[in-house]
Design a protein around this ligand. Sequence first.
Ligand SMILES: Cc1ncc(C[n+]2csc(CCOP(=O)(O)OP(=O)(O)O)c2C)c(N)n1
Ligand SMILES: [Mg+2]
Length: 321
Amino acid sequence: MQLSREQLLESYRQMRTIREFEDRVHDEFATGNIPGFVHLYAGEEASAAGVCAELSDKDYIASTHRGHGHCIAKGCDVKAMMKEIYGARDGLCGGKGGSMHIADLSKGMMGANGIVGGGPPLVCGAALTAKTLKTGGVAIAFVGDGASNQGTTLESFNLASVWNLPAIFVVEDNGYAETTASGWSVGGSQVDRAKGFGMPGVEVDGLDFFAVNAAAREAVDRARAGDGPSLIHVKLNRYFGHFEGDAQSYRADGETDRLRKEFDALSFFRQKVTEAGLLEASELDDIDSEVGILIDEAVSEAESAPRGTDADLLTDVYLNY
Ligand SMILES: Cc1ncc(C[n+]2csc(CCOP(=O)(O)OP(=O)(O)O)c2C)c(N)n1
Ligand SMILES: [Mg+2]
């Protein structure tokens, strides 16, 4: 089924929110106001938005260390996310997780993850739960090209296959694992790897929201029908360094400027929907303005929000079942 007008507007809003959020965190991090470590998702928006357009709160995703985009696309509260990144007490996880551990289980967002390849095993668990309890839900692991080489990821491919789980593995291939180009580190093809584990795999262009979304729809439909796992290999680019502060000496001169011009999923989406008469440019402009205001407010509220106290260190340590 094609996405409705409302869904298209929502997906564009998500992509614009991710871009603004990340560009702003980049600027604010440089001021020294943001504690911890930050990895930005700008440039990769069509993957999170294209996949999550097929999901609802009963579906689970597991994210990566580069997780802000997945959180936004899965419906996490943007202001609470910003507060979390600033370490504020009323951040999404009480300010205790920060950028790399944002989670909101009420939205099916199992968390960003500091462990590369940490998401796929969690997704096997969530997918097994969905299958056993017959919730109709699916579970999706986003992994980077680097994480695609982790044993945890490959073991999860196998488990998902032998247990016939409603699981989907989305390999977000931005061409680098930290400073190592994927051509140096990834053997074979992601699609062939999927075949090796008995599941379908497809490669899509991460510039194109619609290509990602079509692949996600097929994989989600298959999973919901009880036909098992799939893999989607999304080729995309990251605009910023591996982490904020990365000197990026391993990238070609002008590479990131060129990517902003030539690989912009938001411009691509705009052109597609306006040329096809699906949406008006003015509607998209309105979203741009609204998102700008939202992010301004999110930053100023996060800056002035109270931080945790010493006593807060002793709460949320154990969970009683
Ligand atoms: C188990 C583990 N090994 C190594 C690291 C250090 N590390 C953090 S990010 C990263 C690269 C991940 O690359 P990729 O999966 O391609 O994700 P990207 O950063 O490109 O989004 C590494 C090696 C880690 N956090 N966890
Ligand atoms: Mg990578």
